[in-house]
Design a protein around this ligand. Sequence first.
Ligand code: AMP
Length: 285
Amino acid sequence: MLILNSPEIAQATCLRWKTEGKIAFVPTMGCLHAGHVALIRLAKSLAERTVVSIFVNPLQFGPNEDMASYPRPYETDQALLREEGVDLLVTPSAEELYPQSFQCRVQSGMLATHLCGASRPGHFDGVLTVVLKFFSICQPDIAIFGEKDFQQLTLIQQMVNDFNLPVSVISHPTVREENGLALSSRNCYLLPDERALAPRIHQALLDAQRRASLMSVDAVSKLVREKLGTQFQIDYISVCAENDLIPQNDSQLISAIERPRLFVAARLDKARLIDNISLMPNEKP
Ligand code: AMP
């Protein structure tokens, strides 16, 4: 596995590889887990070369967020990527990616107004900016993103459409622990008693999915809130149509929403957990 810090050298390498076959790309912030591995295995099955980036992107963190404490187990990550047969790991420093002369930003549109976009101002502009940069550096034909970050996935597809980027965006379902907890690099912030509580999020979403077809948005929210109990600090519980990600009115019937999806963000002290589930009848969890 090649490891390159320099965006210029990584770009030159990928431009050369692109003449020989397809490149599939998986952008990450590191602290890799089985969710990342699933994306990487999918990438490997779809292209001749697999490129992974590890970059904790300062542009997407707010001033009071966990940029400084975000876990960076670099050696373990590297060993795992080697084991998975990744061709290139791109790990630029913040200075290399955003030199003093750096000025431009991608501005996300309507899709970033609600859900995590509302609680994390500027977050998705930062995400889209770094993903656009990595698309330019890594020249992917295919890029894989997880459904765990459904709003991010939707915004990236929108950016690809809006800017005519020659990249196929492919999604991968959320990978979970056996108890249902969505794998996340931030799960390492959970203390043992919080770890025991955290799977309630997925259990609540599953319960809502089972019963949603005859319910209103308000009833679904109440059900999830009740299932979570009082130990979670709830950021949002929202039902949106997948195409616009605008929270639906309380009185709206789930059955009247096109491609309804339920989104939750909740905090257990230091750990902010997000999850989502389709509320379409017959949709798998
Ligand atoms: P991150 O390193 O958290 O920025 O995530 C990098 C990529 O992995 C994003 O496309 C995420 O949506 C995806 N990802 C993170 N956790 C999971 C998971 N549990 N299942 C599937 N994909 C995930």
